[in-house]
Design a protein. Structure first.
Length: 173
């Protein structure tokens, strides 16, 4: 038996599971501070600022789509697998580097990173060489989680009416 795809497979964005519906992400190393911080972000409305689908998942390969709305604050984190992002529309900022349509970034496994989206948000495709991966949040500082939650709360109303830059994959209501 092989762990590689063995036949031609078509996938459709319309029927792809959302990240929440899939079973690809494992939360690891969640301390009480991180758990409380994630809870604060949830109450502030971080879920209203982001949407993701797993478009294709087969042994040794996954393809995801994500849309993060304007100024979305992604907490510092790492994963146990390599990842390659391709920007479809909008922008993502990694420190002083601004990535726009057609740009991308490779993030090696176990490399802590974060990004902030631009004023129009960002739509991107994410490639991985695995079918599931972990997420390890890096901040143990309660103040940084509170600051993130305050930022999310301030953006939440604006996120309600934002339209995707390209609308590559329609969100599920």
């Amino acid at each position: 038996m092989t762990d590689q795809p063995t036949k031609f497979r078509i996938f459709r964005a319309a029927t792809a599971p959302t990240l929440k519906q899939s079973n690809v992400l494992r939360y690891e190393g969640v301390t009480p501070v991180i758990a409380e911080g994630l809870q604060e972000l949830g109450k502030a409305g971080i879920g209203d600022g982001s949407f993701a689908k797993i478009l294709f998942n087969a042994p040794g390969f996954s393809l995801a789509y994500a849309w993060h709305k304007s100024d979305f604050p992604l907490p510092l984190h790492s994963h146990d697998s390599d990842c390659c992002y391709l920007v479809l529309a909008g922008e993502m900022r990694f420190g002083k580097e601004v990535l726009g349509k057609g740009d991308g970034v490779f993030v090696p496994a176990d490399t802590p990173y974060t990004f902030v989206t631009g004023p129009d948000g960002v739509e991107f495709i994410e490639f991985r060489n695995v079918t599931s991966w972990n997420i390890i949040f890096k901040s143990g500082n309660p103040a940084s989680w509170t600051k993130g939650a305050e930022r999310v709360a301030a953006l939440r109303d604006a996120w309600q009416t934002e339209k995707q830059p390209v609308g590559f994959v329609e969100p599920v209501e």
